[in-house]
Design a protein around this ligand. Structure first.
Ligand code: PA5
Length: 447
């Protein structure tokens, strides 16, 4: 089986073999705790075996719903925030044509997102667009009460009701939420929308391989079986029978904790393929929300190279030495394009003529790697054979597993997010939400 691989050889000089040996025991204990469901937050470990437990019937049902939405809609709006949209967007953007939304001849609907911000202009502009297009909505919220997606859903439901009959509105809304709790579940039951359940034991940021990610990905025309197959194969490649050093999840979790203990407090996820921008956003949430607690945790950042070499490159090369890089390197591009030869060579680029664009990109990657390592930036490299559903499935599962292990090594619960509530309660107090009267008085006194 072809697989993604991890290269830590560029940690030489930053992390010693003894230091890696030193953390091996804790890493393996963390791995066992995850597998045995005996660690912190163990009631949120449903994602660990998830890729093996999605049945053929579930896949068939999701694909049928996706086809139905696609058939009736020029645009499908995915409403959700955080873990309820980033996984789908990560995969869809990684696999889609970069100019997908501009193509006039389409085989699948354009996917756009809502409820991931509270931008008034964004919402109004989206409504303008949807006035002119046939559209459907996939609304996703595990709690069913999150304000951002709830506002977006109210707006879009209103527009659907203006445009279509009540029967058709029902056909154009699919909800993904908790099986019994939350306002969205109440709406589903009352209005009779098609719905999918987010399992109780799968938290938002670990939910991409549930209908949360699978339905939007299927609507966009991608093969969710292959995505799940990649993740299922990664279960085997990261299980306890695989040795610590051959297991990308244990090794990655271990070395990033060694780096953290040596003052490398910030991890920069680097890609050289613009299609991975949202994959990095998904990764940032996964690691940021899982580890950033109890005044601990690596700060996860991300850059798109070579674009950001012209903005962040200086800082990375010579700024405070508190960073390390994890590079996602895609070995083979899906398209082939060469630098053309020019008769006059006025731009002095003929030395690149007939080289593929990817070859130039790879030399940029190699040159940057050497420069950054020389500049004191430890480097971890994750090699992905190509961008496909299968390898993205592998990558997603590897990062999820490594994140659980890494959080346990750090000593935190990687499956809760108590800190996310603080802003919400202030916002509700300021907006005068019923039930927040005391908080309203308290916050008004402070302002
Ligand atoms: O990972 C998480 O749990 C969060 O990012 C949630 O996904 C996010 O806050 C959205 O929550 P909900 O799905 O309940 O609307």
């Amino acid at each position: 089986m072809q697989k993604i691989s991890l290269d830590i050889s560029r940690l030489d000089g930053f992390v010693s073999a003894d230091e890696i040996k030193g953390i091996e025991k804790d890493t393996l204990a963390a791995q066992v705790a995850l597998q045995n469901k005996s660690g912190k937050g163990s009631d949120f470990l449903g994602w660990v075996d998830l890729p093996l437990s999605v049945s053929k019937e579930e896949i068939k049902d999701i694909n049928e719903t996706a086809k139905k939405l696609a058939k009736s809609s020029e645009v499908v709006v995915v409403i959700g925030i955080g873990g309820s949209y980033l996984g789908a967007r990560a995969v869809i953007d990684a696999l889609s044509d970069s100019f997908d939304l501009m193509r006039s001849k389409r085989e699948t609907p354009a996917i756009v997102y809502a409820g991931q911000n509270i931008g008034e202009d964004y919402s109004a502009e989206l409504l303008d667009l949807l006035q002119e297009r046939s559209f459907s909505v996939i609304v996703i919220s595990k709690s069913g009460t999150t304000t951002e997606p709830a506002i977006a859903f109210r707006l879009l439901k209103g527009l659907l009701e203006q445009k279509y009959s009540s029967e058709e509105v029902k056909e154009r809304i699919v909800a993904i939420t908790d099986k019994s709790k939350g306002a969205l579940r109440t709406l589903v039951e009352q209005e009779g929308y098609k719905s999918y359940i987010i399992p109780d034991d799968v938290g938002g940021r670990y939910s991409v391989l549930t209908p949360v990610g699978l339905l939007p990905i299927a609507v966009a025309g991608f093969d969710i079986e292959k995505l799940l197959q990649g993740a299922a194969d990664m279960i085997k490649l990261t299980n306890e029978e695989v040795s610590f050093k051959d297991n990308p999840a244990t090794l990655y979790a271990a070395v990033r904790n060694v780096l953290y203990s040596k003052g490398k407090k910030n991890e920069i996820l680097v890609n050289y393929n613009p299609k991975l921008h949202y994959f990095a956003e998904w990764w940032k949430q996964l690691y940021g929300e899982s580890e950033g607690k109890e005044s601990k945790g690596i700060f996860p950042a991300a850059v798109d190279f070579t674009t950001d070499l012209h903005s962040m490159g200086q800082w990375i090369q010579e700024g405070e030495r508190s960073i390390f890089e994890t590079v996602i390197s895609v070995e083979e591009s899906n398209r082939n394009l060469k630098v053309p030869h020019a008769k006059e060579d006025l731009d002095k680029l003929n030395y690149l003529a007939d080289k593929s664009i990817d070859e130039v990109n790879k030399m940029a990657e190699l040159g940057t790697l050497v420069a950054h390592v020389d500049g004191g930036v430890p480097n971890i490299r994750i090699s992905v054979p190509k961008l496909s559903e299968y390898y993205l499935g592998q990558l997603i599962y590897m990062f999820e597993k490594a994140c659980g292990i890494s959080g346990y090594i750090l000593g935190v619960n990687p499956f809760d997010q108590p800190g996310v509530e603080a802003y919400k309660s202030n916002m509700f107090a300021l907006l005068g939400k019923p039930g927040f009267e005391d908080e309203t008085k308290a916050i008004k006194k402070r302002l």
